[in-house]
Ligand binder design. Sequence first.
Ligand code: NDP
Length: 303
Amino acid sequence: MAGDVATAAHVIDGKAFAAGLRARIAEAVPAFRAATGRVPGLAVVLVGDDPASAVYVGSKGKATLAAGMASFEHRLPASATQDAVEALLATLNADDAVDGILLQLPLPAHLGEQRAVATIDPDKDVDGLTPVSAGRLALGIPGMVPCTPYGCLLLLEDRLGDLSGKEAIVVGRSILVGKPMAQLLLGANCTVTMAHSRTRDLPERVRRADIVVAAVGRAEMVKGDWIKPGAVVIDVGINRLPPAAGEAKGRLVGDVDYAEVSVVADAITPVPGGVGPMTIACLLRNTLVAAHRRAGLADPEGL
Ligand code: NDP
């Protein structure tokens, strides 16, 4: 606080951080190429024609090429069988030019997602969603870590440095975000609380935390009076509000009430422009790391 004027929180610029990370990844690709004679490759598999998924797959492909890596896109029809999806994943597992495999979720309802994901070679599992990757993360041994929580960890370390001993709360326990986030914070020596829809006295628990990660999917749920002054708040949520009068579509907001929390917290990620851009950057980072490990090279530094 400066004098008697409430100071607005530092706004954590995920867009700028992600751009820097992507630039460092692109700079590391030529050295990999010199050592191995090839560039890292990411294969993305899209089953069906969900328009949002098609957009995500397109932007992942573009980002991969922009980093100087090879991008392989595979599309299967919405009617594809479980066997067809798993056969394609097996082909990619065996393909030496492919270092990372991403199966775009959700799959059409007739397919078993967990079974399909589990067929991905854990060493190519750049989404970090196979049971083996989850197990490695829990055991604290090197493996692939889900992109969104890894991006959150990078932003936290950039703001706070060493996280040892910090009280952290993760609100949300999904396989994609909440659970791996809690594991990463535990690995960074935080004291971690995992909260979810059955947690009692949630505001009181959040108020104890130095680090708050909200991954709930409920617009502006975390309020200003839930936050300990000086806490760092990472808002993973992406929620579209109903359109206000005169708006064609509603505003995007996070799971945190930005207006309230940004006058209490030390730092906060905005929505959009906070965690979102980190996800694709971390996908590229995981692909580069997977490529190095598969080639028997040390992990690239500074990523
Ligand atoms: P899920 O719906 O899978 O999980 C939501 C979690 O929040 C559940 O664990 C649920 O608890 C918990 N929860 C729901 N309501 C409450 C409540 N009232 N109080 C406390 N906890 C509650 O969501 P995801 O983890 O996949 O995503 C969370 C948000 O993050 C979404 O807005 C999503 O769009 C966004 N997201 C953003 C990404 C990015 O790149 N920025 C990437 C991925 C997600 P319970 O387990 O008890 O049901």
